[in-house]
Design a protein around this ligand. Structure first.
Ligand code: URA
Length: 199
């Protein structure tokens, strides 16, 4: 099934091709229980690409990533980076809501990964911001704990890219909503990114 996704992703030349390929893809079990396929929001010309986990209930209902509670917090995080939501680019690691908002399984992540990799090539952002541990698992590998990847300038690469892309990791907003005491650490993570990205 991953090979099916890979072949489809390989053939995409534009964001519109990719969008269509994801919409037409029926091999991910999550699609069976989801209302909508949720792909992206914002501007394809953005310098920063924010990659979250998976659509939740509101996202599934509306077909827009990060449009619920954690989306409101993400909007504030985006503002702290000096962008507006409309001029940043927001997507996820999987494109369908997992039942009951459970974490996507490694298989579901692997099935969607070719599309995520192609997505990164087509947007060609200056920076990737991985939002939470599921995005880290999808793009950096499952063995990377948050404390080891935060506050670091990472270089992300995949088979579609000519050169690595500067990549940073932040907490997921839904984690911050559950653990408000971590907000302070979040602002220092953002400060680190702002200082490193300018260099
Ligand atoms: N959480 C995510 O990771 N992505 C969304 O789109 C919404 C909530």
């Amino acid at each position: 099934v991953v090979q099916v996704a890979r072949k489809l992703a390989d053939q995409c030349k534009t964001i519109e091709d990719l969008r269509q390929a994801i919409m037409d893809f029926n091999e991910c079990e999550l699609k069976k229980t989801a209302i909508n396929t949720v792909i992206a929001d914002g501007s394809v010309n953005s310098e920063a690409m924010f990659i979250g986990e998976a659509p939740g209930r509101h996202e599934d209902e509306q077909g827009i990533p990060f449009c619920g509670q954690s989306g409101k917090l993400l909007d504030n995080i985006i503002k702290a980076f000096g962008y507006q939501r409309a001029d940043s680019y927001i997507t996820n690691t999987v494109f369908w809501r997992p039942p009951g908002n459970r974490r996507p399984t490694p298989e579901e992540i692997a099935i969607c990964r070719p599309f995520v990799e192609k997505h990164i090539e087509l947007i060609a952002p200056k920076y990737i911001i991985l939002v939470g541990s599921t995005a880290v698992e999808s793009l950096l590998g499952s063995a990377m704990p948050m404390r080891e990847v935060k506050q670091k300038l990472l270089k992300y690469n995949n088979k579609y890219l000519d050169a690595p892309i500067s990549t940073f990791v932040i907490f997921h907003p839904s984690y911050l909503l559950r653990q408000p005491l971590k907000k302070k650490e979040m602002w220092s993570d953002i400060q680190f990114i702002l200082n490193s990205a300018a260099k």
